[in-house]
Design a binder for this molecule. Structure first.
Ligand code: UDP
Length: 484
């Protein structure tokens, strides 16, 4: 009888598999959702590549804590690259190619073996929108697939409009384009979206059909078009009008449940757990004690995320600009941030020597905690969506220096739509950096940006309260999953 009872229970309980693209921002975001779903009594399998599984097991506090939950497990499959491949930020396309051509079969095998491993049958798989290859095996096995888009809704909508932009001749750009010219083909953004704000792939010249980046985008668009539902880490107060376009033109079943930080923080208030990290790098916590010694609102936090790569000259221009601004700064310089400069050969380190009086440099930060520290006055960011939300939820104004992909459009929203930061896209030079820092940290403009950032943080907070849009849409997502 006990066995029969267990069988019945296993049939009733929902089991969700989450599979993020193997990159820091995607993993962080999906881990938060996995945590939330497991807090809501679902069985969770979190799938990584072997490579990131090992890194997470070394550096992530979430990995350690979630592994202890009885109905939560981490599994992994190969990404197809040799074990000794550094999987550096500059080789993103190699990783994408390898996953696309080699990992589908591994996923199929894993999902098949899950059928006999004593866990409940898989209810659905949450597939990252940039991994179309993963949909095929899921659908073939008769398992419902839900797309999880970890980037902004505005970028999803812009990507979706790219085929139309090509059809109407807005893409590719003409020779020597005026990058400030407005784009007409992205509905709802005609008044503020310029050529330079389109996802960076749109800048590629030559034959668009042979652009690897645009091919990836069009695969992602197709993927999203096939989705029966899409989950987004955003909320109505941030991106309501864009969500409306996506609902009416792409997919009616959208769950906008962000910012996931906040939803999770709210859930954890009840269970008294603290926010956990999904780090793939060893975080350096010495900066927290340094922040404690700095005056309130005085520090510029600088981080360009996990993918950005810059030339040494560019890095030095940032350094001069920051030093000349006169404000203290905390700067994340990943070992592979500077193109062609080995951290161990220490040219960067030598060149940066002497900044330490006013600056603090680390290789990886506990970013969410850093941004929540009262000493932090602004965030000089590459405008990755997760970093943008990290800043939004704590009301810290931004200086945006977008690097690639969706970051170009995110930064336009930060500056033009929400008014919570400045956009220094396509600008370089120490004078620009100094001027931007001064504008955000000093004077009336700085005060206004801070005020708007606080209002935005409040709106984001409201969205996860019991009658808030993200809270309600998360409840709908739970119903939806349980009804599958
Ligand atoms: N992050 C961090 N420490 C750092 C820099 C970044 O924990 O020193 C985290 C950050 O909180 C975010 C992710 O890394 O969750 C970066 O994702 P994002 O989408 O901003 O940018 P990407 O790395 O994908 O370009």
């Amino acid at each position: 009888t006990r066995n029969r009872g267990r069988e019945e229970y296993m049939k009733m309980v929902a089991h969700v598999v989450l599979f993020p693209f193997p990159a820091q921002g995607h993993i962080n975001c999906m881990l938060k959702l996995a945590d939330l779903l497991s807090t809501s009594d679902l069985h969770i399998t979190f799938l990584n590549t072997h490579h990131n599984h090992n890194r997470l097991s070394c550096f992530s506090s979430a990995f350690a804590r979630l592994s202890l939950r009885p109905h939560f497990r981490f599994l992994s499959i190969p990404d197809g690259l040799p074990d000794d491949d550094p999987r550096s930020a500059t080789a993103l396309w190699d990783l994408d190619d390898s996953l696309r051509t080699r990992s589908g079969d591994h996923l199929r095998q894993l999902l098949t073996s899950c059928r006999q491993d004593g866990w409940p049958q898989i209810t659905c798989v949450l597939v990252d929108s940039v991994m179309p290859f993963a949909i095929e095996p899921v659908v073939d096995l008769g398992i419902p697939a839900i797309i999880f888009r970890t980037a902004s809704a505005c970028s999803l909508w812009a990507y979706h409009c790219i085929p139309k932009l090509i059809e109407t001749g807005e893409l590719p750009f003409p020779d020597e384009p005026d990058m400030d010219e407005k784009i007409q083909g992205v509905a709802g953004m005609e008044s503020f979206l310029r050529r330079r704000d389109l996802p960076s792939f749109c800048r590629e010249t030559g034959d668009l059909a042979s652009s690897r980046a645009l091919q990836m985008v069009s695969r992602a668009v197709e993927n999203v078009n096939r989705a029966r539902a899409i989950i987004l880490n955003t909320c109505e107060s941030l991106e309501g009008p864009v969500l409306h376009h996506i609902r009416s033109s792409v997919c009616p079943t959208i769950f906008a449940i962000g910012p996931l930080h906040q939803l999770l923080a709210r859930a954890h208030q009840y269970s008294k757990e603290q926010q956990l990290s999904g780090n793939l790098w060893l975080e350096d916590r010495t900066c927290m004690a340094w922040l404690d010694t700095q005056p309130k609102g005085s520090v510029v936090y600088v981080s360009f995320g996990s993918f950005t790569v810059m030339a040494l000259d560019e890095l030095l221009e940032f350094w001069h600009g920051l030093v000349n601004s006169g404000h203290p700064f905390l700067w994340v310089i990943r070992p592979d941030l500077v193109d062609g400069v080995e951290r161990s050969s220490t040219s960067t380190e030598l060149l940066l020597e002497g900044t330490i009086k006013r600056g603090f440099i680390i290789e990886w930060a506990p970013q969410e905690e850093v941004l929540a520290h009262p000493a932090v006055g602004c965030f000089l960011t590459h405008s990755g969506w997760n970093s943008t939300l990290d800043s939004v939820v704590v009301g810290v104004p931004m200086i945006c220096w977008p690097f690639f992909a969706d970051q170009q459009i995110n930064s336009r929203f930060v500056s033009e739509v929400w008014g919570i930061g400045l956009d220094m896209k396509d600008m370089t030079g120490r004078e620009v950096v100094e001027m931007m820092v001064r504008r955000v940290m000093e004077g009336e403009e700085g005060k206004e940006l801070k005020q708007s950032a606080l209002v935005m943080a409040e709106l984001a907070k409201r969205s996860v309260q019991e009658d808030g849009s993200s809270y309600l849409q998360f409840q709908s997502l739970l119903h939806y999953i349980n009804s599958l």
